[in-house]
Write a protein that binds this ligand. Structure first.
Ligand code: SF4
Ligand code: SF4
Length: 443
């Protein structure tokens, strides 16, 4: 087993142990149902009502979900994952609900047990299903509401509960906090890589993720090399916390808000005009799409992912790279939250083109890219190992069909999923980080 694959397995085991220290649920069954309904009532808006009214039950969304494709089981059909929400709407909010109550049963605690597994183990919030529905139904935001409701009932997986508790009580993730970021910076400084920490003012604030601090300090080093080469006025703010905003899709709204508020506050405090999120699709989408919602005001800075930033700098001619020796071919895996969610498709490819590599696209790429199977926290969810492995096989099959020499991606969570999936499947394809590839070939 590779050293990183061993570390990923150790992280999963550590997380499982942390989960064992919190109770899965403390609420009586009737209270759990009541809390779920309270969230449904609060979050179900006009758009969702229209979606729930207009579903044709055509099943097209099933065909694009990697969990359905990997298993063929109807329960993994995307729209089925929101069935309790639909039932609540039809009985309690929709016209003629009083009549439906006579024939349609209410949500039960047993339903919550069943759907807890469906929405936490079999949805990576990849949003692929949202693109295919002939009625324009956005299914993934409704699955996010399902997670929020289940978390409010105290029924999220114990691992998620433990992480949210840690974020709220200690401000760290998996025990990683400011001290660890300082240690990483000191280690890099010893290698001659300057990492400016906690400057009072800077034009650019860069985040660090706990995952990079634990597994991929090479990505932090690569980022620092690029920022220094560009001569930017930049800093890492150690109190900004983990870049990944783990609770953005875990359903724990309080932990999500706490993490996002810290990131926004530190960036504002530095007076930065740009916030750059490292190779973490989750964190990028969280800040970009939810930062302003959480703080209740427009963000006074631009939010960029590192791959987007690097691609733009290369396109503008400010960052020069050396072409790699001829003959290197890669396939690029679009992280769902950076690609499909945020529209960053061209910039990473511009960087790869500048490096002179041959890009061999997978059959499903860019907007239609298949998720690697690890998004929305699934990469660390041991209970989902079998489902995740099935989803990963789809990805592996598409990458193999390109004949490319390696897979490049721009998200540490995808990278973890690929490394762990490759280990499990004894797949030999090298997995590379875009930012590391660029930094290793600066002109
Ligand atoms: S594709 Fe759209 S209309 Fe068809 S089953 Fe799925 S959600 Fe319903
Ligand atoms: S968001 Fe992705 S994983 Fe979730 S149901 Fe839709 S296609 Fe499946």
């Amino acid at each position: 087993m590779s050293a990183v694959a061993t570390d990923i397995q150790r992280l999963r085991e550590e997380l499982r142990d942390r989960g064992a220290t919190v109770k899965t649920t403390e609420l009586p069954p009737a209270e759990r149902v009541a809390r779920v309904k309270e969230v449904f009532a609060r979050r179900l808006d006009g758009n969702m009502a229209t979606y729930l009214e207009t579903c044709l039950h055509c099943g097209m969304c099933a065909e694009v979900c990697h969990f359905y494709e990997a298993t063929g089981e109807g329960k993994y059909t995307p729209i089925y994952k929101v069935e309790p929400l639909r039932r609540f709407y039809r009985r309690e909010l929709a016209p003629m609900g009083w009549l439906r109550k006579l024939v349609m049963r209410d949500i039960t605690p047993a339903d919550l047990d069943e759907w807890q597994k469906l929405v936490y183990d079999a949805c990576t919030q990849c949003a692929r299903c949202d693109m295919i529905c002939p009625m324009g139904i956005q299914i993934s935001p409704m699955i996010a509401v399902m997670r929020e409701a289940i978390a409010e009932a105290g029924m999220q997986p114990a691992e998620n509960k433990a992480l949210a508790k840690e974020v709220l009580e200690k401000g760290t993730l998996m025990g990683v906090g400011p001290e660890d970021y300082r240690r990483v910076a000191a280690d890099l400084a010893a290698q001659g890589i300057v990492v400016p920490l906690d400057k009072p003012k800077a034009r650019v604030v860069m985040l660090m993720s706990a995952m990079d601090a634990m597994l991929f300090t090479s990505a932090i080093a690569a980022t620092a090399k690029i920022m220094n080469r560009l001569g930017l006025d930049w800093t890492f703010r150690t109190n900004a916390g983990d870049a990944a905003v783990f609770d953005w899709t875990s359903g724990d709204e309080r932990a999500k808000a706490a993490a996002l508020r810290k990131i926004v506050a530190e960036t504002v405090d530095a007076g930065a005009s740009t916030l750059i999120v490292p190779e973490c699709g989750h964190g990028y989408a969280a800040v970009r799409w939810d930062g302003a919602n959480v703080v209740g005001a427009e963000l006074p800075f631009e939010v960029l992912s590192i791959s987007e930033f690097v691609g733009r700098e290369i396109e503008a001619g400010r960052l020069k790279v050396k072409p790699l020796p001829a003959g290197k071919s890669v396939t690029y895996h679009d992280p769902c939250k950076i690609g499909r969610w945020s529209g960053v498709f061209e910039e990473p490819r511009s960087a790869l083109k500048a490096l002179g590599v041959e890009i061999r696209e997978m059959e499903s790429h860019a907007k239609t890219n298949y998720c690697c199977g690890g998004g929305a926290g699934l990469v660390l969810n041991e209970r989902a190992n079998k489902l995740r492995a099935g989803a990963f096989h789809i990805k592996m099959r598409e990458a193999d069909a390109t004949g490319a020499g390696s897979v490049v991606t721009a998200c540490g969570h995808c990278r973890m999923t690929f490394i762990a999936g490759a280990q499990h499947a004894n797949w030999q394809k090298p997995i590379e980080s875009l930012v590391e590839l660029v930094a290793a070939n600066l002109a």
